[in-house]
Ligand binder design. Sequence first.
Ligand SMILES: NC(=[NH2+])NCCC[C@H](N)C(=O)O
Length: 406
Amino acid sequence: MGYHVDSEVGRLRQVIVHRPGTELKRLTPANRHELLFDDVVWVHRAQEEHDLFAGRLREAGVEVLYLTDLLAEVLREPQARDHLLSVAFDEREHGRAAGDALRAMAESMTTEEQADLLVGGITTREVLDRIEAPHSVTFHVRQLDDFVLTPLPNHLFTRDTSCWVYDGVAVNAMRKAARERESVTYEAIYRWHPRFATVGFHHWAGGPVDGRATVEGGDVLVLGDGAVLVGMSERTTPQGVERLAARLFAAGSATRVVALAMPRARAFMHLDTVMTMVDVRTFITYAGLEPLPSYTITPGDGPDDLRIVDHAPDRMAATIAEAVGGPVRLLTAEQDLHSAAREQWDDGCNALAVAPGVVITYDRTTTSNTYLRDNGIEVLTTPGSELGRGRGGPRCLSCPTVRDGA
Ligand SMILES: NC(=[NH2+])NCCC[C@H](N)C(=O)O
């Protein structure tokens, strides 16, 4: 199968999702902010919600791939296992003696257990249930309930860490420390999983080696016909956008990138928290989103040159219209700003299209959902009270790997 994502709203055929597991059980009132969650999560209910979400996708004809299955499968490949375990048990993190001992502990597990370990993390106490304490200062200074390997609860939001843009994928360097190791999971999957290793595709980013020039998938909208819209946000940098544009242009996979300069705020952490596409040339947008400065990037004269045109905030809609080749419809639910802010917080603007004019959203954002329906969009709802506690909706919960043009 060829992997490609040719639009935001064309028929969705395959996605990667992550069913909540051990990692969400690690959230506490003390660590939730560092781990980028606003509250602790009732994990059992989150799993039920996630199963309903996956069910919605399957009903819409989408093939659902689970991240932990892909990870357990790729762990069977010796090179992938070596890479994943070397990064997890790096001696710079664990010290020499403990690094080797922990790695040996991991080697003795099944690949399913290894996948759970890499995503769910492990505490000192749990290590001691499996092995003798390594002779290591690094290990001995840890408290019993400290994390030896930190959990990755934001793997839930598969949208961000890798994103497919036309005929290639960006495995992204992540902005926040709590998400950095997520990139390693995807690096291994796209490089060594038999599903991906045997087919050709482009790489638009270098994963962790991109350092601070980050781009996250929640900021990237594949507009279709060679255009891409990117939010420069709390997470995505202009440097990252330039790299993405240059690589897309060099491969001939895109011809125009429009970058929006977003406010740096947690509530707006990614572009898809304030605007997503729900139909051809149609977006749902947050009422509190002020018009933003935008930049059109197209190929320059030389092979590595970029041509940049700056646009004032009042040109935002016009700049996007130019990129999608016709007038755009911006749907903004009519409600007072307080209600709009509450719905935006609950991911009311984070719609996942499964086909043109058909979207999945959370059930709790009733005003936005009704407004979309009144405007001719078919809205399939799914519960998200627990899933949304990390601030992500249906679009954030999914990484499309195959999607048609619109
Ligand atoms: N595409 C998105 N909007 N993703 C939401 C990610 C939320 C996650 N807790 C984070 O802060 O990174």
